[in-house]
Ligand binder design. Sequence first.
Ligand code: CO
Length: 133
Amino acid sequence: MLKSINHIGIAVKDLDASIETFKKIFGFESVHKEVVEKQKVSVASFKVGDVLVELTAPTDDSSPIAKFLAKKGEGIHHIAFQSDDVNNELDRLRGQDIKLINEEAVPGAHDMLIAFLHPKSTNSVLMEVCQEK
Ligand code: CO
């Protein structure tokens, strides 16, 4: 079962410029930055209530975010829903004929395990399932 929204991923071209913009929007300075090598992205997260807003920029041209930016430009990239057990969730979703991008959980930002569902199965909304390790 998916319990709550953990984060909203926003694709950006220039991470530092976007951090400054979102500091102004949210009215606070606190931001967590990290590079997720496996996903080829650098991420800056703002905690807004219980939800993180994750600005995500590509670290190189082969990053999925680089491809997204080239195709669609900046904007909302994905919505991540929290689960207690991603791999269990993937099994359940496979049983419901939901297509998956990741057949198994992979490491994500914030030391979480994550997996993406295929937009073909989600009305074109890129959805992520995540869990704390
Ligand atoms: Co995410």
